[in-house]
Design a binder for this molecule. Structure first.
Ligand code: AMP
Length: 282
């Protein structure tokens, strides 16, 4: 696996890979776990070569968020990616991504606005901007993202359609199902922030979500199921709940009733230093 941290060698390396067939991109912020590695494995099934990127993107962190604390372990991540058969690691620093004078922002309205967008102003502008740049830098045939970040996936799909970033007839932005620990907690680089006690309490999140989904399916009013979910988190060791909402799975519009279309339960809640997010089909 080759590692590059400047744009020119990146473009040369991708051109060489492209001779063998399709190139898939897996964007990450590093501190890799089985969730990320599952994306790489899925990418390998669909393309001749996998390019992984590692970039802790300052523009998607708000003031007072965990940019400085975010785990960084490039050497260990690089070994994991090589072992999974990635061909190229794109690991720019902030100056390579945003050179002096950088002034462009991509903002996706609608799907960006509620949920994490409301709780973290500017976050999805940062995500859309860096992912658009990664697409332009690497020029992949396809890109893979985790369903763990459901709203992020919706924002990226909207942006890619709106800005004609991929061939319009092909669905080349692939969502991969959330990979979970044995106790149900969604894998996340931020789980590293949890103390042993908080880690033991954290599976209350997926447990309360499954209970709410079952209650709604059994006919409980949505609002009542969501209140029960919040109470279960607050009594189960979580400090606060940013949101717990039933939404249309595609538009992310909030649903007051389950209805006939496809729905998703999305939750963000804080425990210790970590803000955990999760989502499930409902
Ligand atoms: P991050 O490094 O947190 O920005 O994540 C990089 C990519 O990995 C994103 O597309 C995430 O949605 C995806 N990802 C993170 N955690 C998981 C997980 N537990 N299961 C599947 N994909 C994940």
């Amino acid at each position: 696996m080759q590692t590059v941290n400047r744009i020119d060698p990146l473009r040369d390396a991708v051109s060489a890979l492209r001779r063998d067939g399709k190139v898939a991109l897996v964007p990450t912020m590093g501190a890799l776990h089985e969730g990320h590695l599952t994306l790489v494995r899925e990418a390998r099934k669909r393309a001749a070569h996998v390019v992984a990127s590692i970039f802790v993107n300052p523009r998607q962190f708000g003031a007072g968020e965990d940019l400085d604390a975010y785990p960084r372990q490039l050497a260990a991540d690089s070994a994991l990616l090589a072992a999974e058969g990635a061909s190229l690691l794109w690991a720019p620093d902030a100056a390579a991504m945003y050179p002096a004078g950088y002034a462009t922002n991509i903002s996706v309205s609608g799907v960006s606005e509620g949920l994490c967008g409301a709780a973290r102003p500017g976050h999805f502008d940062g995500v859309a901007t860096v992912v658009c740049k990664l697409f332009n830098q690497v020029g992949p045939d396809l890109a893979l993202f985790g369903e763990k970040d459901w709203q992020q996936l919706a924002v990226i799909r909207r942006m890619a359609r709106d800005l004609d970033l991929f061939r319009p007839t092909v669905d080349d932005i692939i969502g991969v199902e959330t990979v979970r620990e044995a106790d149900g907690l969604a894998m996340s680089s931020r789980n590293a922030y949890l103390t042993a006690e908080q880690r033991a309490a954290a599976p209350a999140l997926p447990r309360a979500m499954r209970a709410a989904i079952a209650a709604i399916a059994a006919g409980a009013p949505v609002a009542e199921a969501l209140v029960t979910l919040e109470q279960a988190l607050l009594s189960g060791g979580f400090a606060s709940v940013d949101y717990a909402m039933l939404c249309d799975a595609d538009s992310l519009a909030p649903l007051a009733e389950r209805g006939a279309g496809s729905a998703r339960l999305l939750v963000a809640a804080r425990i210790g230093r970590a803000r955990l997010i999760d989502n499930m089909a409902a």
